[in-house]
Structure formats: structure tokens, C-alpha cells
Design a binder for this molecule. Structure first.
Ligand SMILES: Cc1cc2nc3c(=O)[nH]c(=O)nc-3n(C[C@H](O)[C@H](O)[C@H](O)COP(=O)(O)O)c2cc1C
Length: 157
């Protein structure tokens, strides 16, 4: 089995989740930043996993473009979709629904909300202000859900 994990990230949480998935998945796993997408041949993979993160309510535009540009082929793959974000529950679900096209969400063999990390040392002044407003958090917090990552990976075993 050949697996491709395509991700985008601002401060590394989604990338770190991709690395954790790579360790948990069997077979040949390629991890690539979505910026490298033009060099990727999706036909070469059995499983494709797409991961993004939420900033000010939205997933990265590059992740949206990747899903839209490759909708037809992704619908034919064993597919996983995951998101890193700080919100939980209904708010997180709403962000997930806004992040990925409905067709892909319905088709996916695994979907995951992996939590997130708010790292004040990696943020600039504006980002700190946004995070304080959005989440009320004012210091570094890690809320990564390792159990959710493990459950997600188990869907491909
Ligand atoms: C400027 C900024 C805005 C954010 N906005 C949201 C948000 O609207 N909703 C949310 O659930 N998390 C929000 N977060 C939390 C991120 O989703 C979280 O830090 C995540 O781990 C980022 O992953 P990344 O480092 O891979 O980009 C925000 C974080 C930053 C820095």
C-alpha cells in the first residue's frame, strides 16, 4: 500500500500530526507539504490523507485548492481528512465542514479533529491578539488528541 499525506501548516501542528500518522501507518508513506503538490502524481497512491489547520475560522486556501483541483481523483482513493484546531464540539465540526468539500467528507474512510497547539512563542503580535480574542487563551497550550490520531490511523489498517 502506498500512502500520501498532504498537509499545510502555520506553526507545525498539522505537520507534526502528519509525522505521527506516518509512524502509525503501514506500508510506504510519503509526507508532503501541499506547496509541493505540483510534483505529486496522485495516481501513484492507494491512500491519500489531506490535513489542514484553522486560522480565524478558515482552513488554508492551498488545502481548499488541492481538494477542488483533485476532487475527481480523490473520490476514487481511500481518503482521510483531518484538521488541527483549538475549538471542539460543534464549532470544530462546523469548521471541518467548511474546510473540506461535502463530496470528499462523505467519501472519506476516516475524518479527524486532532485538536491543536497555540504556541505564543511562534506567534506575532497580531496572531496573539487574534488567538486571545478567538479562544481567550493567553499562554502556550497544547491540546493535541493523540487518541484521535490513533483512531484515524486505525481506519487504514
Ligand atoms: C492567528 C490564529 C488564529 C486561530 N484561529 C482559530 C480559529 O478560528 N478556530 C480554531 O479552532 N482554532 C484557531 N486557531 C488555533 C489553530 O488552529 C491551532 O493553533 C492549530 O494547532 C494550528 O495548526 P498549525 O500550526 O499546523 O497551523 C488559531 C491560531 C492562530 C495562531
Amino acid at each position: 500500500m502506498k500512502t500520501l499525506i498532504v498537509y499545510d501548516t502555520k506553526h507545525g501542528c498539522t505537520q507534526s500530526a502528519a509525522a505521527t500518522l506516518k509512524n502509525l501507518l503501514r506500508g510506504d508513506v510519503t509526507v508532503a507539504h501541499v506547496k509541493e503538490r505540483s510534483g505529486l502524481d496522485l495516481n501513484a497512491f492507494d491512500i491519500v490523507i489531506v490535513g489542514g489547520s484553522i486560522h480565524a475560522g478558515r482552513v488554508q486556501r492551498r488545502i481548499k485548492n488541492f481538494c477542488e483541483e483533485n476532487l475527481a481523483i480523490l473520490e476514487k482513493k481511500r481518503l482521510g481528512l483531518y484538521l488541527c484546531c483549538m475549538y471542539e464540539g460543534e464549532k470544530a465540526t462546523a469548521q471541518f465542514e467548511g474546510a473540506f468539500p461535502e463530496k470528499l467528507r462523505k467519501h472519506a474512510a476516516a475524518v479527524g479533529l486532532f485538536g491543536g497547539v497555540v504556541d505564543f512563542d511562534k506567534m506575532n503580535f497580531v496572531e496573539r491578539a487574534i488567538v486571545r480574542k478567538v479562544s481567550g487563551v493567553s499562554e502556550t497550550v497544547s491540546n493535541v488528541k493523540e487518541d484521535a490520531i490513533e483512531r484515524f490511523a486505525a481506519c487504514f489498517s
